[in-house]
Design a binder for this molecule. Structure first.
Ligand SMILES: [Zn+2]
Length: 181
């Protein structure tokens, strides 16, 4: 159970037709409803995906160029967009932020955390089997570098700290295939 979850964005008007919403029972509980569109509005966690790219025992991190947490480090990643899978989102964000192209994403864990903007975010972690390129700062990034396990930067987000710990706990044979191309 999440603690200190911010109140989700309150729906007051229908984003489709602009009518005032009223709370109605959808069969489970009272939800904002538009009578004209005959539609309920739900507040759900927002899905995000991040990529873990290894070079030996080094992991790839990016230094954020935008708020929140500008200047701090994180795993490459971002929100899943409509029309793509979470795997595609992880690889797209990886390439956008670090110029590294990843292949063979493997889901190894997820972390649900409170979010000021959306109430809660679910971050899915994928480690990539193969990758190519030289890391350099792309969009939303000031820097992109591999760090030895003993010299990792402090991470901006609790979800990323949890995912790195989950990744570290994976059995080595599972990660043995990881390599650069
Ligand atoms: Zn409506």
């Amino acid at each position: 159970m999440l603690v200190d979850t911010p109140a989700p964005f309150a729906w007051n008007y229908c984003p489709v037709c602009g009518a005032s919403l009223e709370c109605r029972d959808d069969g489970e509980s009272a939800r904002p409803n538009c009578a004209a569109c005959q539609r309920f509005y739900y507040s759900n966690p927002v899905p995000a995906a991040c990529a873990l790219v290894a070079d030996g025992d080094k992991l790839l991190f990016v230094q954020r160029a935008i708020e929140p947490c500008k200047g701090l480090w994180s795993l490459p990643g971002g929100f899943v967009e409509l029309g793509e899978t979470s795997e595609e989102a992880a690889l797209r964000e990886l390439e956008e932020e670090t110029r590294i192209r990843g292949y063979g994403p493997n889901l190894f864990g997820a972390s649900t955390q409170p979010s000021q903007l959306s109430g809660a975010v679910i971050v899915m972690g994928y480690w990539v089997e193969r990758w190519e390129g030289v890391p350099s700062a792309g969009s939303d990034a000031m820097d992109a570098e591999f760090f030895e396990s003993a010299a990792r930067p402090e991470l901006a987000f609790q979800a990323h700290r949890e995912l790195v710990a989950m990744y570290d706990a994976l059995p080595d044979p599972l990660k043995a295939g990881r390599t650069s191309i």
